[in-house]
Design a protein around this ligand. Structure first.
Ligand code: F6P
Length: 348
């Protein structure tokens, strides 16, 4: 068996752990030849590959990023010609199957290629934790740890100066990172894309805290927006399958709050630091399990499925049930109730 492996979309901690596990497992279970495809679907369409073997994937477990490179612009589904080019190159490379490690966009492309006859197994990757059918994607735990540390850091400076400190997280249209890190980092308010916030509720919170303890920490997801307001878009990348890049809502919120308060307000947009660095032990383990399970699916001939984590165990789901979907925080999620019960303002 000759299997191609690619990483698509934005990078995330733990990608190398998956590449390592899938390569080692395939070599051991099926004596497979494993081919690393460079820069995601761009490399597939252009036939840019190199072999992956035991030595090539040794020593990469701890490292962030992806040794294969990635691209969030190449889209084989953009036109009939590009789809045919991707499928033809898979044929030229002699691929019996493809392992596509990526997020929502990658799974949508994987589904499109699978429907046209390329056997694919998907592995869910994203710091956003927003992939349908999977209760936790690798990379998320590392991002939450980074944001939690940032929240801890702004607590002390916010306390010293008696300021309102706003920290903006990534997460696109889902609030998972802000919710978990906000709770872990003791934020006083957590603002999510799933719950449009009322600026008056935040003004009230900050005013109450101005007397004692003098400072307030707000954790806001990049996809959050005020009631009746719009998303804050940082830029558009026209040739990307998902052209909208969110960012900057923390500054927008600062301009809403500052004129209404005695305290100064400072905003920090964490950005790509959330995507970098070494994966946490949790993500290393999860990514290794995902990679191993992808190899098991290939060995069993179960194609056109994505590996999942369901109730703490490995599982899989048809790609068609994942494609074109986003998993947001459900409004009845227990963590929302916990946050409210301990007095965290959700902007309501
Ligand atoms: O999906 C992962 C993610 O990091 C989002 O949280 C963020 O909105 C986006 O990618 C940023 O994309 P880029 O790296 O293209 O700026």
């Amino acid at each position: 068996m000759r299997v191609g492996v690619l990483t698509g979309g934005g990078d995330c901690p733990g990608l190398n752990a998956v590449i390592r596990a899938v390569t080692k497992s395939l070599m051991r279970c099926c004596q497979a030849e494993v081919i690393g495809i460079e820069d995601g679907f761009a490399g597939l369409m252009e036939g840019r590959v190199h072999p992956l073997d035991w030595d090539a994937v040794s020593g990469i477990l701890f490292s962030g990023g992806t040794i294969l490179g990635t691209s969030n612009r190449a889209n084989p589904l953009a036109s009939k010609e590009s789809t045919e080019q991707a499928l033809a190159q898979a044929g030229v490379l002699g691929l019996d199957a493809l392992v596509a490690i990526g997020g929502n966009g990658t799974m949508t492309i994987a589904h499109g290629l699978a429907e046209r006859g390329l056997p694919i197994v998907g592995v869910p990757k994203t710091i956003d934790n927003d992939i349908e059918g999977c209760e936790r994607s690798f990379g998320f735990d590392t991002a939450v740890a980074t944001v939690t540390q940032a929240l801890e850091h702004v607590q002390t400076t916010g306390q010293s100066h008696g300021r309102v400190m706003i920290v903006e997280t990534m997460g696109r249209y889902a609030g998972w990172i802000a919710l978990e890190a906000g709770i872990a980092g003791a934020a006083d308010a957590i603002l999510l894309p799933e719950i449009d916030f009322d600026p008056e509720a935040l003004i009230e919170l900050c005013r109450q805290r101005e007397a004692k303890p003098r400072y307030t920490v707000i954790c806001i997801a990049e996809g959050a927006k005020p009631r009746g307001g719009e998303l804050t878009v940082e830029r558009m990348i026209q040739d990307s399958p998902d052209p909208i890049r969110l960012g900057g809502v923390a500054h927008h919120l600062r301009t809403m709050l500052e004129p209404q308060l005695h305290s100064e307000v400072r905003a920090t947009v964490l950005g790509h630091v959330q995507r970098g660095g070494s994966p946490t032990p949790f993500d290393r383990v999860l990514a290794t399990q995902f990679g191993n399970h992808a190899a098991q699916l290939l060995e069993a001939g179960q194609f056109n499925r994505m590996v999942t984590l369901e109730h703490g165990a490995m599982g899989s789901i048809a790609l068609e049930e994942v494609a074109d979907r986003t998993r947001q925080v459900p409004l009845d999620h227990p963590l929302l109730e916990t946050a409210r019960d301990i007095g965290v303002c959700l902007g309501e």
